[in-house]
Design a protein around this ligand. Sequence first.
Ligand code: AMP
Ligand code: ZN
Length: 466
Amino acid sequence: MALHFYNTLSHKLEAFAPLDDDKVRMYSCGPTVYNYVHIGNLRAFTFQDILRRYLHHCGYELYHVMNVTDVDDKIIRDSVKAGKSIGEFTAEFRKAFEEDAATLRLEPPERVTPATEHIGDMIDLISRLAEKGHTYESKGSTYFRIASFPGYGKLSNLDVSGIKAGARVEQDEYEKDELRDFALWKASKPGEPAWDSPFGPGRPGWHIECSAMAMKYLGESFDIHTGGVDLVFPHHENEIAQSEGATGKPFARFWLHAEHLLVDNQKMSKSVGNFYTLRDLLDKGFSAAAIRYLLASVPYRKQLNFTFDGLKAAQTSIERLRNFQRRLEEGGLPEGANPAITELAETARKNFIAGMDDDLNTAQALGAVFEFIRDVNTKMDAGEFQAGNVAEANQVLDLFESIFDVLKTEQSGQVSAEEIEGLIAERLAARKARNFARSDAIRDDLKARAVILEDTPQGTRWKYGA
Ligand code: AMP
Ligand code: ZN
Protein backbone atom coordinates (compact mmCIF):
# COMPACT_ATOMS: atom_id res chain seq x y z
CA MET A 1 0.00 0.00 0.00
CA ALA A 2 1.36 3.35 -0.96
CA LEU A 3 0.80 6.43 1.17
CA HIS A 4 -2.87 6.92 2.12
CA PHE A 5 -4.58 9.58 4.22
CA TYR A 6 -8.06 9.82 5.62
CA ASN A 7 -9.41 12.91 3.89
CA THR A 8 -12.06 14.71 5.97
CA LEU A 9 -13.34 16.30 2.75
CA SER A 10 -14.06 13.05 0.92
CA HIS A 11 -14.87 11.23 4.19
CA LYS A 12 -12.65 8.31 3.19
CA LEU A 13 -9.14 6.91 3.00
CA GLU A 14 -7.46 8.05 -0.22
CA ALA A 15 -4.13 7.42 -1.93
CA PHE A 16 -2.05 10.57 -1.67
CA ALA A 17 -0.13 12.23 -4.48
CA PRO A 18 0.63 15.95 -4.71
CA LEU A 19 -0.46 18.20 -7.60
CA ASP A 20 3.19 18.83 -8.54
CA ASP A 21 5.32 15.76 -9.10
CA ASP A 22 7.52 15.82 -6.08
CA LYS A 23 6.58 18.89 -4.07
CA VAL A 24 3.88 18.95 -1.40
CA ARG A 25 2.24 22.28 -0.62
CA MET A 26 0.68 22.25 2.80
CA TYR A 27 -0.99 24.67 5.21
CA SER A 28 -1.50 24.32 8.96
CA CYS A 29 -3.56 26.49 11.26
CA GLY A 30 -1.07 27.78 13.77
CA PRO A 31 -1.34 28.91 17.37
CA THR A 32 -3.33 31.81 18.71
CA VAL A 33 -0.63 33.57 20.68
CA TYR A 34 -2.44 34.86 23.75
CA ASN A 35 -0.99 32.40 26.26
CA TYR A 36 1.38 29.43 26.48
CA VAL A 37 0.18 26.56 24.32
CA HIS A 38 -0.89 23.45 26.23
CA ILE A 39 0.06 19.90 25.36
CA GLY A 40 -3.32 19.43 23.63
CA ASN A 41 -2.29 22.10 21.14
CA LEU A 42 1.13 20.48 20.98
CA ARG A 43 -0.44 17.19 20.04
CA ALA A 44 -1.82 18.85 16.89
CA PHE A 45 1.61 20.34 16.13
CA THR A 46 3.39 17.05 16.82
CA PHE A 47 1.05 15.33 14.36
CA GLN A 48 2.08 17.94 11.76
CA ASP A 49 5.71 17.24 12.48
CA ILE A 50 5.25 13.49 12.03
CA LEU A 51 3.38 14.19 8.78
CA ARG A 52 6.20 16.45 7.55
CA ARG A 53 8.87 13.91 8.39
CA TYR A 54 7.03 11.07 6.72
CA LEU A 55 6.39 13.09 3.57
CA HIS A 56 10.13 13.78 3.48
CA HIS A 57 10.77 10.08 3.99
CA CYS A 58 8.55 9.39 0.95
CA GLY A 59 10.86 11.60 -1.09
CA TYR A 60 8.71 14.72 -1.32
CA GLU A 61 9.99 18.23 -1.03
CA LEU A 62 7.81 20.37 1.20
CA TYR A 63 6.48 23.87 1.17
CA HIS A 64 4.60 24.15 4.43
CA VAL A 65 3.04 27.38 5.65
CA MET A 66 1.67 28.07 9.12
CA ASN A 67 -0.05 31.22 10.31
CA VAL A 68 0.27 32.75 13.73
CA THR A 69 -3.02 34.28 14.86
CA ASP A 70 -1.90 37.51 16.47
CA VAL A 71 -5.17 39.43 16.44
CA ASP A 72 -8.53 38.04 17.63
CA ASP A 73 -11.12 38.55 20.36
CA LYS A 74 -9.12 36.77 23.08
CA ILE A 75 -5.88 38.56 22.24
CA ILE A 76 -7.56 41.95 22.34
CA ARG A 77 -9.26 41.11 25.65
CA ASP A 78 -6.09 39.81 27.34
CA SER A 79 -3.68 42.43 25.98
CA VAL A 80 -5.94 45.15 27.39
CA LYS A 81 -5.93 43.32 30.73
CA ALA A 82 -2.12 43.13 30.63
CA GLY A 83 -1.87 46.83 29.71
CA LYS A 84 0.19 46.04 26.61
CA SER A 85 -0.13 46.71 22.90
CA ILE A 86 -1.19 43.60 21.00
CA GLY A 87 2.22 43.58 19.29
CA GLU A 88 4.09 43.50 22.59
CA PHE A 89 1.65 41.05 24.12
CA THR A 90 1.73 38.51 21.28
CA ALA A 91 5.51 38.72 20.70
CA GLU A 92 6.14 37.13 24.09
CA PHE A 93 3.85 34.16 23.47
CA ARG A 94 5.00 33.68 19.90
CA LYS A 95 8.55 33.36 21.21
CA ALA A 96 7.38 30.92 23.90
CA PHE A 97 5.63 28.83 21.24
CA GLU A 98 8.77 28.67 19.12
CA GLU A 99 10.79 27.60 22.16
CA ASP A 100 8.28 24.88 23.04
CA ALA A 101 8.25 23.64 19.45
CA ALA A 102 12.06 23.47 19.45
CA THR A 103 12.08 21.63 22.79
CA LEU A 104 9.76 19.01 21.27
CA ARG A 105 11.99 18.87 18.17
CA LEU A 106 9.16 20.00 15.89
CA GLU A 107 10.62 21.00 12.54
CA PRO A 108 9.60 24.57 11.73
CA PRO A 109 7.39 24.89 8.64
CA GLU A 110 9.12 26.58 5.70
CA ARG A 111 7.13 29.73 6.41
CA VAL A 112 5.59 30.76 9.73
CA THR A 113 3.95 34.13 9.46
CA PRO A 114 1.63 36.36 11.52
CA ALA A 115 -1.85 37.45 10.49
CA THR A 116 -1.21 41.15 11.13
CA GLU A 117 1.34 41.22 8.29
CA HIS A 118 -1.34 40.13 5.84
CA ILE A 119 -4.21 42.53 6.47
CA GLY A 120 -3.89 43.86 2.88
CA ASP A 121 -4.20 40.33 1.46
CA MET A 122 -7.32 39.76 3.56
CA ILE A 123 -8.85 43.04 2.38
CA ASP A 124 -8.19 42.05 -1.26
CA LEU A 125 -9.87 38.68 -0.73
CA ILE A 126 -12.91 40.24 0.92
CA SER A 127 -13.16 42.66 -2.04
CA ARG A 128 -13.14 39.72 -4.47
CA LEU A 129 -15.91 38.06 -2.47
CA ALA A 130 -17.88 41.32 -2.46
CA GLU A 131 -17.61 41.57 -6.27
CA LYS A 132 -19.02 38.06 -6.58
CA GLY A 133 -21.99 38.81 -4.35
CA HIS A 134 -20.95 36.66 -1.36
CA THR A 135 -20.96 39.48 1.20
CA TYR A 136 -23.22 42.03 2.82
CA GLU A 137 -22.75 44.81 5.27
CA SER A 138 -24.45 45.35 8.59
CA LYS A 139 -23.65 48.02 11.17
CA GLY A 140 -20.19 48.65 9.71
CA SER A 141 -19.20 44.96 9.61
CA THR A 142 -19.00 42.81 6.47
CA TYR A 143 -20.38 39.25 6.55
CA PHE A 144 -20.11 36.19 4.35
CA ARG A 145 -23.55 35.05 3.23
CA ILE A 146 -23.31 31.28 3.55
CA ALA A 147 -26.51 30.75 1.54
CA SER A 148 -24.55 32.16 -1.44
CA PHE A 149 -22.11 29.24 -1.45
CA PRO A 150 -23.82 25.98 -2.44
CA GLY A 151 -20.93 23.79 -1.22
CA TYR A 152 -21.27 25.02 2.35
CA GLY A 153 -21.28 22.08 4.76
CA LYS A 154 -19.37 19.62 2.55
CA LEU A 155 -16.37 19.31 4.87
CA SER A 156 -18.25 18.87 8.13
CA ASN A 157 -21.14 16.98 6.53
CA LEU A 158 -23.47 19.60 7.86
CA ASP A 159 -27.08 19.73 6.78
CA VAL A 160 -27.51 23.30 5.60
CA SER A 161 -31.19 23.11 4.77
CA GLY A 162 -31.90 25.02 7.95
CA ILE A 163 -29.86 28.14 7.15
CA LYS A 164 -31.65 31.14 8.51
CA ALA A 165 -31.17 33.97 6.05
CA GLY A 166 -29.47 36.89 7.73
CA ALA A 167 -28.61 35.15 11.03
CA ARG A 168 -25.20 36.52 11.88
CA VAL A 169 -22.40 36.01 14.33
CA GLU A 170 -19.69 38.50 15.25
CA GLN A 171 -17.46 36.35 17.44
CA ASP A 172 -14.43 34.45 16.22
CA GLU A 173 -15.72 31.38 18.00
CA TYR A 174 -19.30 30.24 18.09
CA GLU A 175 -21.36 27.26 19.06
CA LYS A 176 -21.19 24.08 17.04
CA ASP A 177 -24.08 23.69 14.62
CA GLU A 178 -24.88 27.37 14.76
CA LEU A 179 -25.35 27.91 11.10
CA ARG A 180 -24.77 31.61 10.74
CA ASP A 181 -23.22 34.13 8.44
CA PHE A 182 -19.80 34.97 9.80
CA ALA A 183 -17.86 38.20 9.95
CA LEU A 184 -15.16 38.78 7.34
CA TRP A 185 -14.47 42.30 8.57
CA LYS A 186 -15.49 43.67 11.94
CA ALA A 187 -16.34 47.33 12.47
CA SER A 188 -13.90 48.96 14.87
CA LYS A 189 -15.00 49.34 18.44
CA PRO A 190 -13.50 51.95 20.75
CA GLY A 191 -10.15 50.85 22.16
CA GLU A 192 -9.69 48.03 19.64
CA PRO A 193 -6.98 47.92 16.98
CA ALA A 194 -8.30 48.98 13.58
CA TRP A 195 -7.11 49.12 9.99
CA ASP A 196 -8.53 51.25 7.16
CA SER A 197 -10.34 49.38 4.44
CA PRO A 198 -12.86 49.94 1.62
CA PHE A 199 -15.46 48.54 4.06
CA GLY A 200 -14.64 51.08 6.73
CA PRO A 201 -12.19 51.01 9.66
CA GLY A 202 -12.04 47.68 11.44
CA ARG A 203 -10.22 44.38 11.71
CA PRO A 204 -10.44 41.03 9.99
CA GLY A 205 -12.46 38.10 11.32
CA TRP A 206 -10.45 35.05 12.23
CA HIS A 207 -11.42 32.77 9.33
CA ILE A 208 -10.33 35.07 6.51
CA GLU A 209 -6.69 35.06 7.59
CA CYS A 210 -6.14 31.41 6.75
CA SER A 211 -7.78 31.66 3.31
CA ALA A 212 -5.74 34.74 2.43
CA MET A 213 -2.43 33.45 3.76
CA ALA A 214 -2.79 29.92 2.38
CA MET A 215 -3.62 31.12 -1.14
CA LYS A 216 -0.95 33.85 -1.09
CA TYR A 217 1.88 31.37 -0.53
CA LEU A 218 0.51 28.08 -1.86
CA GLY A 219 -1.72 29.10 -4.76
CA GLU A 220 -5.49 28.85 -5.12
CA SER A 221 -5.36 25.03 -5.04
CA PHE A 222 -2.86 23.11 -2.95
CA ASP A 223 -2.30 19.66 -1.46
CA ILE A 224 -2.85 19.39 2.29
CA HIS A 225 -4.53 21.44 4.99
CA THR A 226 -4.21 20.38 8.63
CA GLY A 227 -5.58 21.34 12.03
CA GLY A 228 -7.27 19.91 15.10
CA VAL A 229 -10.78 18.40 14.76
CA ASP A 230 -12.30 21.33 16.60
CA LEU A 231 -11.43 23.44 13.56
CA VAL A 232 -13.47 21.41 11.03
CA PHE A 233 -16.56 23.45 11.80
CA PRO A 234 -16.85 26.34 11.48
CA HIS A 235 -13.25 27.46 10.80
CA HIS A 236 -12.33 25.14 7.94
CA GLU A 237 -15.83 25.09 6.49
CA ASN A 238 -15.59 28.87 6.36
CA GLU A 239 -12.11 28.79 4.83
CA ILE A 240 -13.46 26.66 1.98
CA ALA A 241 -16.44 28.99 1.46
CA GLN A 242 -14.24 32.09 1.39
CA SER A 243 -11.56 30.61 -0.86
CA GLU A 244 -13.69 28.69 -3.33
CA GLY A 245 -16.29 31.46 -3.30
CA ALA A 246 -13.60 33.88 -4.51
CA THR A 247 -11.72 31.63 -6.97
CA GLY A 248 -14.28 29.10 -8.17
CA LYS A 249 -11.50 26.48 -7.84
CA PRO A 250 -10.98 23.69 -5.31
CA PHE A 251 -9.05 24.98 -2.29
CA ALA A 252 -7.12 22.31 -0.32
CA ARG A 253 -7.37 18.77 -1.76
CA PHE A 254 -6.62 16.77 1.40
CA TRP A 255 -7.88 17.83 4.83
CA LEU A 256 -6.21 16.06 7.77
CA HIS A 257 -7.50 16.59 11.29
CA ALA A 258 -5.87 15.56 14.56
CA GLU A 259 -8.15 14.27 17.30
CA HIS A 260 -8.13 15.80 20.73
CA LEU A 261 -5.95 15.17 23.68
CA LEU A 262 -8.23 14.49 26.64
CA VAL A 263 -7.87 14.68 30.39
CA ASP A 264 -10.35 12.53 32.30
CA ASN A 265 -12.21 12.10 29.04
CA GLN A 266 -12.67 15.79 28.53
CA LYS A 267 -10.91 17.89 25.87
CA MET A 268 -7.86 19.62 27.31
CA SER A 269 -8.57 23.30 26.94
CA LYS A 270 -7.70 26.68 28.34
CA SER A 271 -11.31 27.58 29.04
CA VAL A 272 -11.96 24.42 31.13
CA GLY A 273 -8.66 24.91 32.95
CA ASN A 274 -7.70 21.21 32.78
CA PHE A 275 -4.45 21.82 30.96
CA TYR A 276 -0.72 21.33 31.29
CA THR A 277 1.80 23.35 29.38
CA LEU A 278 5.04 21.77 28.21
CA ARG A 279 6.82 23.78 30.89
CA ASP A 280 4.56 22.30 33.61
CA LEU A 281 5.58 18.77 32.62
CA LEU A 282 9.29 19.57 32.30
CA ASP A 283 9.16 21.14 35.76
CA LYS A 284 7.74 17.88 37.08
CA GLY A 285 10.88 16.15 35.80
CA PHE A 286 9.53 14.55 32.63
CA SER A 287 11.76 14.66 29.60
CA ALA A 288 10.84 16.39 26.36
CA ALA A 289 11.58 13.10 24.58
CA ALA A 290 8.97 11.24 26.68
CA ILE A 291 6.36 13.93 26.01
CA ARG A 292 7.10 13.87 22.29
CA TYR A 293 6.94 10.08 22.26
CA LEU A 294 3.59 10.05 24.07
CA LEU A 295 2.07 12.63 21.71
CA ALA A 296 3.37 10.84 18.62
CA SER A 297 2.65 7.27 19.66
CA VAL A 298 -1.15 7.39 19.44
CA PRO A 299 -2.35 7.59 15.81
CA TYR A 300 -3.50 11.14 15.15
CA ARG A 301 -7.14 10.25 14.41
CA LYS A 302 -7.55 8.56 17.79
CA GLN A 303 -8.24 10.52 20.94
CA LEU A 304 -5.34 10.48 23.35
CA ASN A 305 -6.24 10.35 27.02
CA PHE A 306 -3.39 12.06 28.86
CA THR A 307 -2.19 10.42 32.11
CA PHE A 308 1.04 10.53 34.06
CA ASP A 309 1.19 6.74 33.84
CA GLY A 310 1.10 7.09 30.06
CA LEU A 311 3.97 9.53 30.26
CA LYS A 312 5.97 7.15 32.46
CA ALA A 313 5.29 4.31 30.02
CA ALA A 314 6.61 6.53 27.22
CA GLN A 315 9.77 7.06 29.26
CA THR A 316 10.16 3.30 29.72
CA SER A 317 9.72 2.70 25.98
CA ILE A 318 12.50 5.17 25.24
CA GLU A 319 14.71 3.45 27.79
CA ARG A 320 14.15 0.12 26.07
CA LEU A 321 15.14 1.64 22.76
CA ARG A 322 18.23 3.26 24.28
CA ASN A 323 19.29 0.05 25.99
CA PHE A 324 18.96 -1.81 22.73
CA GLN A 325 20.99 0.88 20.97
CA ARG A 326 23.71 0.51 23.62
CA ARG A 327 23.74 -3.25 23.26
CA LEU A 328 24.44 -2.78 19.56
CA GLU A 329 27.40 -0.57 20.45
CA GLU A 330 28.89 -2.97 22.99
CA GLY A 331 30.81 -5.10 20.50
CA GLY A 332 32.35 -8.47 21.36
CA LEU A 333 30.03 -10.24 18.90
CA PRO A 334 30.87 -13.38 16.92
CA GLU A 335 32.08 -12.79 13.33
CA GLY A 336 29.75 -13.19 10.36
CA ALA A 337 26.10 -12.31 9.82
CA ASN A 338 23.03 -14.31 10.75
CA PRO A 339 20.53 -14.29 7.83
CA ALA A 340 17.64 -14.72 10.29
CA ILE A 341 18.42 -11.25 11.66
CA THR A 342 18.58 -9.80 8.15
CA GLU A 343 15.08 -11.13 7.63
CA LEU A 344 13.82 -9.72 10.95
CA ALA A 345 15.23 -6.29 10.05
CA GLU A 346 13.60 -6.41 6.63
CA THR A 347 10.24 -7.35 8.16
CA ALA A 348 10.53 -4.58 10.76
CA ARG A 349 11.25 -1.96 8.09
CA LYS A 350 8.40 -3.20 5.90
CA ASN A 351 5.88 -3.18 8.77
CA PHE A 352 7.02 0.21 9.97
CA ILE A 353 6.46 1.69 6.52
CA ALA A 354 3.17 -0.16 6.02
CA GLY A 355 1.94 1.39 9.29
CA MET A 356 2.99 4.89 8.36
CA ASP A 357 1.57 4.53 4.83
CA ASP A 358 -1.76 3.66 6.40
CA ASP A 359 -2.76 7.17 7.43
CA LEU A 360 0.30 7.57 9.68
CA ASN A 361 -0.49 4.66 11.97
CA THR A 362 2.32 5.38 14.42
CA ALA A 363 1.15 2.61 16.80
CA GLN A 364 1.68 -0.01 14.11
CA ALA A 365 5.06 1.49 13.20
CA LEU A 366 6.16 1.37 16.84
CA GLY A 367 4.84 -2.18 17.16
CA ALA A 368 7.14 -3.22 14.31
CA VAL A 369 10.17 -1.71 16.06
CA PHE A 370 9.46 -3.26 19.46
CA GLU A 371 8.78 -6.67 17.99
CA PHE A 372 12.15 -6.43 16.27
CA ILE A 373 13.89 -5.44 19.51
CA ARG A 374 12.28 -8.30 21.41
CA ASP A 375 13.27 -10.88 18.78
CA VAL A 376 16.81 -9.56 18.42
CA ASN A 377 17.32 -9.44 22.20
CA THR A 378 16.39 -13.12 22.30
CA LYS A 379 18.88 -13.88 19.52
CA MET A 380 21.56 -11.86 21.32
CA ASP A 381 21.00 -13.78 24.54
CA ALA A 382 21.40 -17.01 22.56
CA GLY A 383 24.62 -15.76 20.94
CA GLU A 384 22.97 -15.76 17.52
CA PHE A 385 23.47 -12.10 16.78
CA GLN A 386 26.67 -11.51 14.84
CA ALA A 387 28.91 -8.54 14.11
CA GLY A 388 27.65 -8.37 10.53
CA ASN A 389 24.08 -7.77 11.77
CA VAL A 390 24.81 -4.57 13.65
CA ALA A 391 24.43 -2.26 10.66
CA GLU A 392 21.02 -3.59 9.64
CA ALA A 393 19.73 -3.39 13.22
CA ASN A 394 20.93 0.20 13.35
CA GLN A 395 19.08 0.91 10.11
CA VAL A 396 15.82 -0.08 11.80
CA LEU A 397 16.60 2.34 14.65
CA ASP A 398 17.54 5.06 12.15
CA LEU A 399 14.24 4.68 10.34
CA PHE A 400 12.40 4.92 13.68
CA GLU A 401 14.49 7.93 14.71
CA SER A 402 13.95 9.80 11.41
CA ILE A 403 10.26 10.06 12.35
CA PHE A 404 10.08 9.82 16.14
CA ASP A 405 13.34 11.59 17.00
CA VAL A 406 13.56 10.75 20.71
CA LEU A 407 16.88 8.91 21.07
CA LYS A 408 19.44 11.58 20.29
CA THR A 409 18.30 14.15 22.80
CA GLU A 410 19.85 14.08 26.23
CA GLN A 411 17.04 13.74 28.73
CA SER A 412 16.83 16.26 31.47
CA GLY A 413 18.62 14.86 34.48
CA GLN A 414 19.80 11.75 32.67
CA VAL A 415 23.31 10.62 33.48
CA SER A 416 25.59 10.45 30.45
CA ALA A 417 27.13 7.16 29.35
CA GLU A 418 30.57 8.64 29.94
CA GLU A 419 29.80 9.48 33.56
CA ILE A 420 28.34 6.03 34.15
CA GLU A 421 31.42 4.29 32.73
CA GLY A 422 33.60 6.47 34.99
CA LEU A 423 31.56 5.56 38.07
CA ILE A 424 31.63 1.86 37.20
CA ALA A 425 35.45 2.02 37.02
CA GLU A 426 35.54 3.83 40.36
CA ARG A 427 33.22 1.24 41.89
CA LEU A 428 35.43 -1.58 40.66
CA ALA A 429 38.48 0.09 42.20
CA ALA A 430 36.59 0.58 45.48
CA ARG A 431 35.65 -3.10 45.55
CA LYS A 432 39.22 -4.17 44.86
CA ALA A 433 40.26 -2.00 47.81
CA ARG A 434 37.46 -3.71 49.81
CA ASN A 435 35.77 -0.34 50.31
CA PHE A 436 32.26 -1.78 50.02
CA ALA A 437 30.61 1.24 51.56
CA ARG A 438 31.87 3.32 48.64
CA SER A 439 31.01 0.75 45.98
CA ASP A 440 27.47 0.35 47.34
CA ALA A 441 27.04 4.11 47.52
CA ILE A 442 27.95 4.41 43.83
CA ARG A 443 25.41 1.73 42.88
CA ASP A 444 22.66 3.31 45.01
CA ASP A 445 23.40 6.76 43.70
CA LEU A 446 23.13 5.56 40.10
CA LYS A 447 19.92 3.70 40.90
CA ALA A 448 18.45 6.91 42.27
CA ARG A 449 19.33 8.52 38.94
CA ALA A 450 17.59 5.74 36.96
CA VAL A 451 20.66 3.72 36.02
CA ILE A 452 20.76 0.04 36.93
CA LEU A 453 24.03 -1.86 37.36
CA GLU A 454 24.24 -5.58 36.82
CA ASP A 455 27.30 -7.57 37.80
CA THR A 456 27.91 -10.40 35.33
CA PRO A 457 30.87 -12.81 34.90
CA GLN A 458 31.91 -10.59 31.96
CA GLY A 459 31.99 -7.47 34.11
CA THR A 460 29.53 -4.79 35.16
CA ARG A 461 26.77 -3.92 32.70
CA TRP A 462 24.42 -1.00 32.99
CA LYS A 463 21.09 0.11 31.59
CA TYR A 464 18.69 2.97 31.98
CA GLY A 465 15.61 2.12 34.00
CA ALA A 466 13.84 2.84 37.25
P1 AMP B 1 -5.50 27.44 19.03
O1 AMP B 1 -4.23 28.04 19.55
O2 AMP B 1 -6.59 27.38 20.04
O3 AMP B 1 -5.94 28.10 17.74
O4 AMP B 1 -5.19 25.91 18.67
C1 AMP B 1 -4.04 25.49 17.99
C2 AMP B 1 -4.23 24.07 17.52
O5 AMP B 1 -4.39 23.17 18.62
C3 AMP B 1 -5.48 23.85 16.65
O6 AMP B 1 -5.14 23.03 15.56
C4 AMP B 1 -6.48 23.17 17.58
O7 AMP B 1 -7.38 22.38 16.88
C5 AMP B 1 -5.53 22.32 18.41
N1 AMP B 1 -6.08 21.91 19.72
C6 AMP B 1 -6.66 22.67 20.68
N2 AMP B 1 -7.02 21.94 21.77
C7 AMP B 1 -6.61 20.66 21.51
C8 AMP B 1 -6.66 19.42 22.24
N3 AMP B 1 -7.16 19.32 23.48
N4 AMP B 1 -6.16 18.32 21.65
C9 AMP B 1 -5.62 18.38 20.41
N5 AMP B 1 -5.53 19.52 19.67
C10 AMP B 1 -6.02 20.64 20.21
ZN1 ZN C 1 -6.91 28.42 10.19
